[in-house]
Design a protein around this ligand. Structure first.
Ligand SMILES: C[S@@+](CC[C@H](N)C(=O)[O-])C[C@H]1O[C@@H](n2cnc3c(N)ncnc32)[C@H](O)[C@@H]1O
Length: 309
């Protein structure tokens, strides 16, 4: 199956990163390579990009698409949470810009055998990094009802988390749950037949995907020290697709922008912190109506950006 993914908010990402020659960039979520390609074009003739992705299929597809850039592109199968180590391995000290375009690609969602979507009937999998042992089937068939409930509530903001967890445990006691279709059916029956805008299993599937890939932990780890990757004047843009991710990005960027982290009314600052970045986006930038019309996947995107001081 050809790798299909339409990049989101490419013009806005380029507006903030301002790619130019002699510079080095990190694309921490390479996917189909759309953002990396634009960075490479705009940083001609010698700008360089390190592209990271957890997904072996994304790595192969992006390398093929971007082969014309030769050594200007370095690609590694790794989490962006390990960006610092990979950059050190390449002897790239500090970089001029970084982009993260979080979540799943359309290719992952549309490939039934990757088990991300309730459509298509693939085996329950949802691993971005297929070298990893834990998959969605294991979570669904072995985690306790209370753990499942927590996952659906925390990561899916699913109001019927308890009912869904109980239905899953009842179903798996009869027979292990193997496919996305079976799980979608169990969730739909547990939630009842009220008319809805989205498939009743949308939030449950999102929650499971986040749990399988530890997506929030990876992002949080990156955000602990992410500003340290950038040269002074270097810029970072992050696109998120749901409120849990956006909150982490917003809070981290606000922290990086603060002069001091001492509790209010501390007589003299003793935190040792200093302002690390300038916020380039006080509020998140949203995709244009034209982009959403052409690419509905863009509708929930939010972009935030900072510049290293
Ligand atoms: C929305 S797509 C990126 C699309 C890409 N920007 C483009 O223009 O084609 C997200 C990609 O990030 C990858 N990904 C998600 N979390 C990751 C992580 N922690 N580390 C590395 N890659 C990750 C996914 O495998 C997926 O390929």
């Amino acid at each position: 199956m050809a790798f299909a993914h339409v990049s989101v908010m490419t013009a806005e990402v380029m507006h903030f990163l301002r790619p130019g020659p002699h510079r080095r960039y990190l694309d921490g979520t390479l996917g189909g390579g759309g953002h990396a390609e634009q960075i490479l074009i705009q940083s001609s003739p010698d700008g360089q990009v390190l592209g990271l992705d957890w997904d072996d299929e994304a790595i192969v597809a992006a390398q093929e698409r971007l082969s014309r850039f030769g050594k200007r592109l370095a690609v590694r199968q790794a989490s962006f949470a390990a960006a610092k180590e990979v950059l050190a391995d390449l002897s790239w000290q500090l970089i001029d810009g970084a982009v993260l375009d979080l979540g799943v690609s359309s290719h992952q969602l549309d490939s039934a055998e990757r088990g991300f979507s309730f459509r298509g009937g693939g085996r329950l999998d949802m691993r971005m990094d297929r070298r990893q042992a834990l998959d969605a089937r294991e979570i669904v068939n072995t985690f306790s009802a209370s753990e499942l409930q927590r996952i659906f509530r925390e990561y899916g903001e699913e109001p019927q988390a308890r009912r869904i967890a109980a239905a899953i445990v009842a179903a798996r006691n009869a027979k292990a749950i193997q496919s996305t279709e079976e799980l979608a059916g169990i969730v739909a029956r547990a939630k009842g037949s009220r008319r809805r805008e989205h498939h009743p299993a949308t939030q449950t599937f999102q929650a499971l995907r986040i749990a399988v890939n530890q997506e929030l932990q990876q992002l949080q780890q990156f955000l602990e020290h992410g500003y340290e990757l950038l040269k002074p004047g270097g810029r970072m843009a992050i696109i998120s697709f749901h409120s849990l991710e956006d909150r982490l990005v917003k809070n981290a960027f606000r922290k990086w922008d603060r002069e001091c982290l001492c509790p209010p009314r501390t007589p003299r600052c003793n935190c040792g912190w200093s302002c690390k970045v300038k916020l380039l986006t006080k509020r998140p930038v949203l995709p244009s109506a034209q982009e959403i019309a052409v690419n509905p996947r863009a509708r929930s995107a939010k972009l935030r950006a900072v510049e290293r001081i």
